[in-house]
Design a protein around this ligand. Structure first.
Ligand SMILES: CC(C)(COP(=O)(O)OP(=O)(O)OC[C@H]1O[C@@H](n2cnc3c(N)ncnc32)[C@H](O)[C@@H]1OP(=O)(O)O)[C@@H](O)C(=O)NCCC(=O)NCCS
Length: 201
């Protein structure tokens, strides 16, 4: 599989999704240990449906494969959905499908890289996300990144015989420190000073 290093961290990088990974995605999304944390666990996806779902996501959202940096192994996916250029907001989603990679700080790094893309490339202002109240690992990860809890939908999801709340978190561009993109656009002070002297006649 070929991946491309678009947003690069210490442990992982974000690459365009490879359609050759559709079997892997189908495997991940049928795994209920993962699915319990995702909104579409009720879907029954075969490879054809997953291929179609991936195509639609690639057309309508900014989605990325999460690739482990040392091995170039794809381990998950993250993306920005329902982006509005008018209001400058979007919804963030992420999963690490390879469960042996949970709890190693990769989710935190991948989310930070995705936020960097959201705020400093797409120029969004607000990125929001929803998470089940029982998803303690994800909640810890989002709070460490700096997401703020802004709401709670009570008894919103019915799973395994019980209602669960859905928590809503968001982050503003002004609250985010760029780990990657700003280094790419690191203008020197003199260049910035030079630009500010340009006058239009
Ligand atoms: C959520 C997810 C992306 C986070 O990525 P990750 O790489 O596993 O998370 P990180 O290692 O960056 O951070 C997890 C933190 O939660 C902590 N944690 C793990 N289990 C926990 C629990 N039961 N209660 C509280 N904290 C927990 C970890 O110790 C870690 O904190 P630390 O860095 O201070 O030690 C990943 O676990 C995943 O894909 N989960 C399944 C799908 C999912 O939940 N997606 C999100 C849907 S909203």
């Amino acid at each position: 599989m070929k991946y491309f290093r678009k947003l690069i961290g210490e442990k992982c990088y974000l690459s365009p999704v490879s359609m050759d990974d559709v079997e892997k995605y189908t495997e991940w999304l049928n795994d209920m240990e993962l699915g319990q944390f995702l909104t579409h666990s009720s879907w029954v996806l075969d490879m054809d449906k997953e291929r179609e779902a991936l195509r639609q996501l690639m057309n309508n959202s900014s989605i990325f494969a999460i690739v482990e940096k040392d091995t170039n192994k794809v381990i998950g996916n993250c993306g920005l959905h329902e982006a509005s250029n008018v209001h400058r907001h979007a919804e963030l989603g992420i999963f690490i499908g390879e469960k042996t990679f949970w709890n190693q700080g990769i989710g935190l790094e991948a989310t930070n890289l995705l936020l960097d893309f959201a705020f400093n490339v797409l120029n969004l202002h607000n990125v929001t996300l929803e998470v089940y109240s029982y998803n303690k690992r994800a909640i810890k990860c989002y709070e460490k990144i700096g997401f703020k809890k802004v709401g709670q939908r009570r008894e919103y999801m019915f799973m395994a015989g019980k209602y669960h709340d859905m928590l809503i978190y968001d982050m503003l561009a002004t609250e985010f420190t760029s780990p990657f993109i700003k280094k790419m656009f690191n203008y020197s002070t003199s260049e910035e000073a030079g630009r500010s002297k340009i006058t239009i006649v």
